[in-house]
Structure formats: structure tokens, C-alpha cells
Design a protein around this ligand. Structure first.
Ligand SMILES: *[C@@H]1O[C@H](CO)[C@@H](O)[C@H](O)[C@H]1NC(C)=O
Ligand SMILES: *[C@@H]1O[C@H](CO)[C@@H](O)[C@H](O)[C@H]1NC(C)=O
Length: 524
């Protein structure tokens, strides 16, 4: 009897210590963009392989039955809701990125994302998760809008933010990370590393505008939306967001513009999936094998469809490509590419990593998305960047800075200009050599980005948060942060001193004058 009880107690203890090591993790992703999701997939996969019990709200589920510790709530339906750009908006979407566009997107973005999030949150499987009694040790949330943070408050556990690129400044603010408008401007602005006076003025205005808009318009709307799903007794959304333990950023100081980071903001470097690269389809492989003169690869990534390009732009591309002594692979999303030249291979879906790895691919004409840039650097393929939005201008600027690419603005695109840029990169070896140089720099790191992400998530689990890493800037009032009280005090002391000084000088002059006139009168 006693022996039996002894074994029971022992068994109980062993299960307790076992559950302490394997945590319950909720992973929340919210943006239906393939290039965002590929960064997160390896993280939740690896967490599950290390024995954690992972539940993922997965927009792009892995659907891998061998991952027995992973439960994916399949939300891939959301990609189907994404529509192509309506014809009347094409001229607004396909243009050189400008400050005006960034300001407008900031205003329109909130409602769009709230709608998207509400769609996800009202799915039966997600409602069930919110309303049933699950226990989680940490919530890892895609940190692009703070609504996902509500899951951590709901389950009363610490929150870790993760991004597939850098983070906009309002979200860097949630960990108290400084975002200086001149030397660490918002990554969505259409600027490179060198800022003109115009850039500096607009970057400064933007940093005030984005925060004001977020605080007075965005946050209240997000808060109201959150209450619909998580209940009225939730804390205010800005307080939830600023309660974040650590923020994992998919950026690194070699590729990205250097910025200061507080201890709770972790630059992962880059998260690469070492999984299988999907093979090329046989038709494409044969085309590449036979392209002995070299191949130019043209793709605008997974979010911008090249079939939506304005007609005049497409015609320029077709004219340039047909005159090239090289073959071209074009990621084209519909059945027919109008005027397709014979040396062009057009296909809707392309295994980009496999294509860039092919030795005949010599140049990538890209919109400059981060994942594309990382893949091309990995395979030493130089680029011509035509940026459209978000961080693309900054990414293409990196290619120019390291000498592995050229930048062409959409509005400057011309037959001659594009032809000479292609000729320059195809004939000048230095571009390719420079991709190797930056690749070497990016790979010379103490720890892989994926390992770093896992380490920090487990750190937050071990210590039940990371309150001790919280930046003090989060807890001081804004007038103190901007030194307003200090400046006011010094200004007051200075003006009083000046006042006294001037009074004293005036008095001295007056008495000196009096003395002088007295002397004069005496002499007379
Ligand atoms: C699942 O987790 C257990 C420990 O909790 C671990 O031993 C096992 O290897 C994991 N299995 C898979 C397929 O990841
Ligand atoms: C902040 O996090 C702590 C610990 O996880 C939790 O107890 C607290 O309720 C959270 N506050 C808010 C506003 O979410």
C-alpha cells in the first residue's frame, strides 16, 4: 500500500518536472502574406521539436503530421479573401513610393487590419480557443498590430512579439526602443541611408504624425475591436502592448540600417528555414539548363502581382527582355503574358530558392522584399531593385550600398535605362563578388536567428516574463522623456539670472554716470 503511494507521489513529481520543461505555447500570426509567414513557420516547428506543446493560429500551416507536439488552427482561408488590385487603383499602387503614400496608408491601414483581425477572431476555432479554459505559459504574437497581444492578457501569461522584418516605430515604442527620425527613421519610409533636408523634415513630421494617429485614433479603434472578442474587462490595448516582455526583430545590423536597440528588443539576424527547398518543375528546370548565356529572373514577390502592372510598364519590360541576349524567367500570375517574347518563360508559381540556386541565373529584378533579398544574397545573385512600398526602398538601398545591385524607380523606368542597368550587372563581375562579401558578413554570427528566437522565448518562459529588462523610458512621463521640465527649469534660471545681471549692469552704469556728473559738477 505505502509502496504504491510512494510510486504515485514519485510519478506525480516526475510529471510536474516534465511539464515545467515542456511549456504550452500559443503562436498567433495575423498578416496574410507568404513572406511574413515563412519566417514564423520554422519558429513554431522548432519549438514543437524541442518538446513544447505548441498551438499555432496559422495562416500558412505546415500541415506536417510528424510534428506531434504541434496543433495548427488552419486559417489559410484568409488568403482566398485577398483580391487582386481593382483596375482603378492600379495607378496608386504601382508608383514610386512617396511620403504622401506612407501617410495615407497609415490612415487607411488601421481599418483594413482591424477588419482582417475581426475576420480571423470570429472563426469558430479561434472563438473556441479564446472562450475555453486553456493554459499557456507564453503567447508569441506577430507584432505588427497590438491586437494579438490580447491573447497574452486573456491567458494571463507573458507576451513575446516577433516580426518578419523590422518594426514600425509605434511598435518599437512598445518596448521603449528609441527611433530617432534622422538616424533611425521608420523602416516604411521611402528613404535610403542618406537623408536630404526634405527627407529629414518629412521623417520628423511622420514620427510625430504616426504616434499621434496611433494614440488618438488607431489604439482606441483597436481597443474597441478587442473588447468585442475578449470582453469588456480587458485592460486598455496600449497597456497590454507596453506589457510585452521581449520583441524579436527579423533584422540585423549588416543588412539593415543600424539603429540603437534596448535589451528587450532582440535583433534575430535572420530566421532561415533549413527545410527542404521545393524543387523546380521539370519544364522550368529544362529551360534554365538550356539557357547557356544566362538567365534574368523577374519577380515582384508574393504580394505584388506583376500581372497588375500598368500596361506601359509591362510593355517596357517586354521590349527590353526580347532584345536581351539572355533568357528571362518572369513570375506572371495569369494565363497569358501579352506579347511574351520567345526567350521569356512565364510561370505563376516559382520555387524561388531553387531558381536562384541554379548556376545559370545571373540577375534578379526584384521589388526588394526582405525575403527575396536574403535568398538572392544566399545564392550570390545580384539585383536590380524597383521598390514599391514598406521597407523595400531601404532594402534596395542596401544593395546599392554594398555594391551588389542597382536601384531604378518605377517612374524612371525606360527601355534604355533598364537595358543599360542589365548590361552593367551582367558584364561587371564586381556585383556578384559583392553579394558574396555581404553573405559572408551576414553569416558571421555567434548564433543562428532561429536558435536565438527559441532561446529568448524559453528565457521568457523560464522567468515568467522579462520585467527586469523593461526600458525605463516606458515608465516616465513624456514631458520628462523630452526633457521639457529640465529645459523649462534651466530656461527659468537663465532668464532670472539674465534679468538680475541686466538690472545690476544698468544700476552700475547709472551710479557710474551719477558719480561722473557729480565729479564734473564738483570741478566746475
Ligand atoms: C514531442 O515532445 C516530447 C517531449 O514533450 C519529445 O520527447 C518529442 O521528441 C516531441 N516529438 C516531436 C515529434 O517533436
Ligand atoms: C502585464 O503582465 C503581467 C505578468 O505577465 C500581468 O500580471 C499583468 O496583468 C499584465 N498587465 C496588463 C495590462 O496586461
Amino acid at each position: 500500500m505505502f509502496i504504491k503511494m510512494f510510486w504515485c507521489v514519485l510519478l506525480l513529481f516526475s510529471t510536474i518536472s516534465y511539464t515545467a520543461e515542456s511549456a504550452n505555447i500559443l503562436f498567433v500570426t495575423t498578416i496574410p502574406s507568404h513572406s511574413h509567414q515563412v519566417v514564423f513557420q520554422p519558429v513554431w516547428k522548432e519549438l514543437s521539436l524541442r518538446g513544447h506543446n505548441v498551438t499555432a493560429l496559422a495562416l500558412s500551416p505546415l500541415n506536417d503530421k510528424s510534428l506531434t507536439n504541434l496543433t495548427e488552427i488552419d486559417l489559410s482561408y484568409i488568403f482566398k479573401l485577398r483580391k487582386r488590385v481593382p483596375k482603378e487603383y492600379i495607378k496608386y499602387v504601382f508608383q514610386k513610393p512617396t511620403f504622401l503614400m506612407v501617410f495615407i496608408r497609415e490612415i487607411l491601414g488601421v481599418d483594413f487590419v482591424i477588419k482582417l483581425h475581426e475576420n480571423i477572431l470570429s472563426q469558430h476555432s479561434v472563438m473556441k480557443l479564446i472562450n475555453e479554459d486553456y493554459k499557456f505559459d507564453v503567447v508569441v504574437a506577430e507584432w505588427i498590430y497590438p491586437l494579438a497581444g490580447a491573447f497574452a492578457t486573456r491567458f494571463n501569461c507573458p507576451l513575446v512579439g516577433i516580426t518578419s522584418l523590422g518594426a514600425p516605430l509605434t511598435l518599437l515604442d512598445t518596448v521603449g526602443n528609441p527611433s530617432h527620425p534622422i538616424y533611425a527613421p521608420d523602416h516604411n519610409l521611402p528613404i535610403g541611408r542618406e537623408l536630404s533636408l526634405y527627407d529629414r523634415i518629412l521623417s520628423t513630421l511622420y514620427s510625430v504624425f504616426a504616434r499621434t494617429l496611433y494614440h488618438w485614433v488607431g489604439a482606441p479603434k483597436i481597443d474597441a475591436s478587442m473588447r468585442k472578442f475578449f470582453g469588456e474587462d480587458m485592460p486598455y490595448i496600449e497597456d497590454i502592448a507596453r506589457n510585452i516582455s521581449v520583441l524579436l526583430l527579423n533584422r540585423n545590423p549588416v543588412f539593415h540600417k543600424i539603429m540603437p536597440v534596448v535589451p528587450a528588443a532582440i535583433e534575430l539576424g535572420r530566421v532561415r528555414s533549413f527545410g527542404k527547398v521545393k524543387p523546380l518543375n521539370p519544364e522550368l528546370k529544362e529551360f534554365l539548363d538550356n539557357s547557356k548565356n544566362g538567365v534574368v529572373y523577374f519577380s515582384l514577390g508574393s504580394n505584388t502581382f506583376s500581372c497588375d502592372l500598368p500596361d506601359n510598364v509591362r510593355e517596357i519590360l517586354v521590349k527590353v527582355f526580347e532584345q536581351l541576349p539572355y533568357n528571362v524567367v518572369w513570375k506572371w500570375e495569369t494565363e497569358v503574358l501579352p506579347g511574351k517574347p520567345n526567350n521569356v518563360f512565364a510561370q505563376n508559381w516559382i520555387s524561388q530558392a531553387a531558381l536562384l540556386a541554379h548556376p545559370n541565373v545571373k540577375l534578379f529584378i526584384t521589388q526588394g522584399g526582405l525575403q527575396s533579398m536574403e535568398e538572392t544574397i544566399n545564392h550570390h545573385v545580384p539585383v536590380i531593385g524597383i521598390p514599391f512600398h514598406s521597407d523595400q526602398t531601404m532594402n534596395v538601398d542596401t544593395a546599392v550600398k554594398y555594391g551588389f545591385g542597382l536601384r531604378i524607380e518605377l517612374e524612371d523606368l525606360s527601355i534604355e535605362g533598364l537595358k543599360s542597368a542589365i548590361h552593367e550587372i551582367m558584364t561587371n563581375q564586381s556585383y556578384k563578388e559583392n553579394t558574396a562579401k555581404i553573405e559572408k558578413l551576414m553569416n558571421d554570427i555567434p548564433m543562428e536567428g532561429l536558435d536565438k528566437a527559441i532561446w529568448w522565448i524559453e528565457y521568457v518562459i523560464r522567468h515568467k516574463g522579462a520585467r527586469h529588462l523593461r526600458s525605463p523610458s516606458l515608465d516616465i512621463p513624456w514631458y520628462q522623456y523630452f526633457l521639457l521640465d529640465v529645459i523649462a527649469f534651466i530656461a527659468l534660471v537663465l532668464s532670472i539670472s539674465m534679468y538680475i545681471l541686466i538690472k545690476v549692469i544698468k544700476l552700475t552704469i547709472r551710479s557710474a554716470k551719477k558719480l561722473l556728473t557729480n565729479e564734473k559738477q564738483k570741478k566746475q
